[in-house]
Design a protein around this ligand. Structure first.
Ligand code: AQP
Length: 332
């Protein structure tokens, strides 16, 4: 069976509907066809400042939402990145094989360092893609489902795997990206040309998975549209309505044209009401299940610990091969 790896940062108390449609829905389906590893990448999240107690809580909450959305910890390996020390260890080795210029060309780093300024940019943001390469390569991963924005990081991962294999002998599988369709990208409801994000400045345009149903409904009713009044997909002219159509279609599995037909001649109010029902009925059980899991943190921690053990077995074997091939002295 082919192996698949993906992860998300525990950077908020709740995941947002973009994480659900762009990642979790696919992961849920893919776990049937692959030996899947899904991690909560808490080490990556350290690149953003945060309160220690809140961090711990966000990690648990993210894991609970994976499970509530249908990732089964008995079938997939669902674990917390920092529970498997091999991630940080392999990252160090790979960083010694990564060119300074090569890492500096990563657009995510360039964007973030330009946004925060060099003094406020930490070295962790610079080496972020190397840690991501370590995550993926430790598990001899064949495929990595990612959004289009992560393509460059997967290219770097492939280059590092090939470089290592060439210099030290076949050690890593060279992974392939599984790029999700552009239509799976969800935009902010208040600002429908920017990607919906956990770290958006205002949450008025973010649909959180753990929002109460009436809060989600209200946000949808207030979503930015346009003055034409027709429910029609047109990404350039009607980004707001198009985004709502994409959400509707992703959650119901219906074609966008069928939804346009259903709402032909009806106003945005009706359409938004329809969408609010769809979103609420999708998220109500997910939310209830996540809150139930969070009610018993000891049990959740136990599940995460046993999954981390499974992950560590695979990761430690790869790391031992790497140390051996690169010439680190074995502890006698
Ligand atoms: N708006 C989105 N539409 C579709 N997919 C999305 N993803 C995130 N936002 C959207 C997918 O969710 C996963 C989360 O990855 P991440 O947590 O490592 O970071 P991200 O992509 O930067 O997600 P956020 O929500 O915007 O988080 P912050 O604010 O922390 O940076 C990925 O698979 C991503 O494609």
């Amino acid at each position: 069976q082919q192996r698949l790896y993906s992860g998300m940062q525990p950077s908020a108390d709740s995941l947002q509907i973009g994480n659900y449609i762009g990642a979790l829905l696919q992961w849920r389906e893919l776990q049937d066809q692959y030996d899947a590893y899904f991690s909560v990448v808490d080490l990556h999240a350290l690149t953003q400042p945060g309160d220690p107690a809140e961090r711990r809580e966000k990690t648990r909450r993210t894991a609970a939402q994976y499970i509530a959305a249908g990732i089964e910890p008995s079938r997939s390996t669902l674990y917390v990145q920092s529970h498997v020390p091999a991630h940080a260890e392999l990252q160090w080795v790979l960083s010694t094989l990564t060119g300074f210029g090569e890492a500096g060309r990563m657009t995510q780093f360039k964007d973030k360092s330009a946004r925060y300024g060099t003094d406020a940019t930490n070295v962790g943001l610079f080496t972020y893609p190397v840690l991501m390469a370590a995550d993926i390569l430790l598990y001899q991963t064949d495929v990595v489902p990612v959004g289009d924005d992560q393509k460059q990081h997967i290219e770097l991962t492939r280059d590092l795997a090939e470089r290592f294999n060439q210099r030290f002998g076949e050690t890593f599988a060279v992974p392939k990206p599984m790029i999700q369709r552009e239509t799976a990208r969800i935009y902010d409801l208040q600002n429908p040309t920017s990607k919906m994000s956990k770290s958006a400045e205002s949450d008025a345009g973010v649909l959180w998975m753990l929002d109460e149903p009436k809060v989600s409904a209200k946000k949808i009713m207030r979503a930015v549209t346009d003055s034409e009044g027709a429910v029609r997909f047109d990404r350039d002219e009607k980004p707001g309505v198009s985004n709502l159509l994409v959400i509707y279609s992703a959650l119901t599995g219906r074609e966008i044209t069928a939804i346009e037909d259903e709402y032909a001649g009806r106003g945005y109010g009706d359409f938004k009401k329809g969408l609010a029902e769809v979103v609420v009925s999708e998220f109500e059980p997910v939310r209830a299940r996540a809150l139930e899991l969070l009610d018993d943190p000891a049990e959740l921690d136990r599940v995460l610990a046993s999954n981390a053990e499974r992950a560590a077995c695979v990761a430690e074997k790869t790391l031992a091969d790497v140390y051996d091939r690169i010439g680190l002295l074995r502890r006698g």
